[in-house]
Design a protein around this ligand. Sequence first.
Ligand code: ZN
Ligand code: ZN
Length: 410
Amino acid sequence: MAALDSYDTMSINSDDEERPLMSLFMKLIDNKQSMVLTNAQILNILKIEFQMELSYIHELEKDIYLQCMKKFLNDWPRWDEFDEIASTMRTKQNTQGEKLKQYYNDLKIYLNRKLFEVKDLIHESIKDVVNKKEVANYDKDVVLEIRSTRSQLNELIFRRPHPDLHNSIFNIPGTPTKITVCGTRTIASIINWPSISITLNAYHMTLKRSMVPILKHKLINKKLSQLKSPPEKLNTHIQMKDLKVTSEHDKDKFLKELKLQNNFVICSSDIEKTLFSTLSNIIYTDLKTTPNLSLPAILRKKIPNYPYVRYLFSEVTTSKPLPDSNNYDLQLEETMIPQWQLSLRYDTKLCSDLGITVECGECNVSFAGAKIIEHFEEMHQAEPDWQCTKCDKTFDAICLSDSGWIHDCS
Ligand SMILES: [Zn+2]
Ligand SMILES: [Zn+2]
């Protein structure tokens, strides 16, 4: 009878979708030759006839079930009887509905009993393999490039394949979403926000402070045990880029001059005045440990001693059952090293475009300093918390940026 050890060929696209085994019988009556079932068809039989959803179980377990089912189907003791009946039906062009139903019930009872017998055995045999939870080899990891806004990225990954969306793990909203309101921001938090650049064009002085965080993303399954690597101790020394030095400057003198610019920078509003004074205080702190400056200069510094990490994901909301919840908890691990970059320059001639300009790298826009609060209120309200990779403490993103990405790590 049915040769069931090959995976491809003939489809038994069911006339009787409710009862794939009955459909199998009908096909066998129609086609005298033996029938080859695909793995998908066997999975369909298990799902519909025996309410066993195997799509999400461990591959090995699924494979054992498939092999067992092939054997059980082959071994059904009544195939010879069925073949006789089938051939009668075929020649007489007459379908004996009642008889067929009996065979159908008998095959179903037989398979059900067999499946019941092996269920625990299969579960037991693969337990060790599943519990071993192979750890991925990160050297060979697949790299996926994704272009998205920050708010899309925060919600990009479903914790498990979404049954309503062809089991996709990617949450791709139809329309771009905005992050919604919560918390109050300080100007310091904005200046320290990842990918914000502030340019100050003052008399005889140009200064640009940018946040250039180092971000890494990795898709992980929290249901697999991950080898937690020890936190990476960062080199927090100030790095200087070699530029053609045109003047040597005492750092304190430079900072004093920066403060004096307050009188000259054209601040069109109170917001710009606060922005300017907060920015100069932050630069003061940035340069606290710097030796003397040679201008023009480009300096860079990783701020904390250890990176921060957070896990981004979206919950799956569906009315369908989630039989795979033991296998998946997908999350996008985002690691960040906050880092600032300063470029400082004295200009011999008067700068023509005095004022403060802000660039937001996340939104890819630039605007006058006076608009900074408005931009953040509209585009950057809430963000997931960050966790320190060294002390495991969790911090609100706004508070952390307000404190310049520094915390008590004891
Ligand atoms: Zn923005
Ligand atoms: Zn810490």
